[in-house]
Design a protein around this ligand. Structure first.
Ligand code: SF4
Length: 168
């Protein structure tokens, strides 16, 4: 299985808390007005990378947790689910995933919801340019939520954080 990848950032501190390996995938259909990265909408941008190779690259950095971003990883949900499952089985790394879908839209889809058990945090929702707020951490507009899918957020909680009842 493979993922269409735009870029892989190592030890980034901009894509969630702490050091992270960030996988930026190609392809997004949400077409948010004012999107910070419209070149990521194209599904043929970037290159194919095997899940196995991504896993190897992620595991090679023992310090870093993992971020899925794009584009929107949920447009390649089968391969990302496979990658997330393997990360959870083989490492203790946390996974943060950015998406333009809301959690409710994902939960309503059997296909998309298959990835939720393997993600720690979902940052959800489309970017709304009229509500743009540059003071928000990890979000572009306040409708977007930082959702801990399976438990209690850390004590130094980031504004905009939502905790759900455990899904696992
Ligand atoms: S979901 Fe993200 S990548 Fe997609 S159009 Fe909206 S802001 Fe851009």
């Amino acid at each position: 299985m493979r993922i269409r990848v735009l870029d892989i950032l190592h030890q980034t501190m901009a894509d969630g808390p702490g050091f992270r390996t960030a996988i930026y995938c190609a392809g997004c259909k949400h077409a948010c007005k004012g999107c910070h990265n419209p070149q990521s909408w194209e599904f043929n941008a970037g290159k194919w990378v095997e899940v196995e190779d991504l896993l190897e690259e992620i595991e090679a950095d023992e310090m870093s947790d993992v971020t899925f971003s794009g584009g929107d990883p949920f447009f390649q949900v089968d391969a990302f689910t496979e990658l997330a499952r393997r990360i959870k089985e083989e490492t203790r790394k946390t996974i943060w995933c950015w998406t333009g879908f809301t959690l409710e839209e994902i939960q309503a889809s059997e296909k998309m919801s298959q990835m939720l058990p393997y993600l720690d945090v979902l940052v959800d929702g489309r970017f709304i340019q009229e509500q743009r707020d540059t003071d928000l951490l990890f979000r572009g507009s306040p409708n977007q939520r930082i959702i801990y899918l399976h438990g209690t957020p850390p004590e130094d909680v980031i504004p905009g954080t939502v905790a759900l009842e455990p899904l696992r």
